[in-house]
Write a protein that binds this ligand. Structure first.
Ligand SMILES: [Zn+2]
Length: 72
């Protein structure tokens, strides 16, 4: 299977590029995504997790400061 000439695994209709579903029969994900898409998704996931953890740390710091001010 070459990158330029792909076809649907169900109806064998020719597919252009990376389509979500076959335009002929509606078969979902007829083309396997290239490795860099998964790498990008993993990178975005790691970035999102890091961002969430960072926000949580900031929120805890703010709460700690508020508690400190309230107890004074
Ligand atoms: Zn198809």
């Amino acid at each position: 299977m070459s990158a330029r000439n792909r076809s649907c695994p169900r109806c064998k209709a020719p597919l252009q590029g990376y389509v979500d579903e076959c335009p002929s029969c509606g078969f979902e994900k007829p083309v396997a995504l290239p490795w860099h898409v998964y790498a990008l998704m993993a990178l975005m996931f790691v970035a999102a997790m890091w961002f969430l953890i960072d926000l949580d740390a900031i929120a805890r710091a703010i709460l700690a400061v508020r508690e400190g001010l309230g107890s004074m």
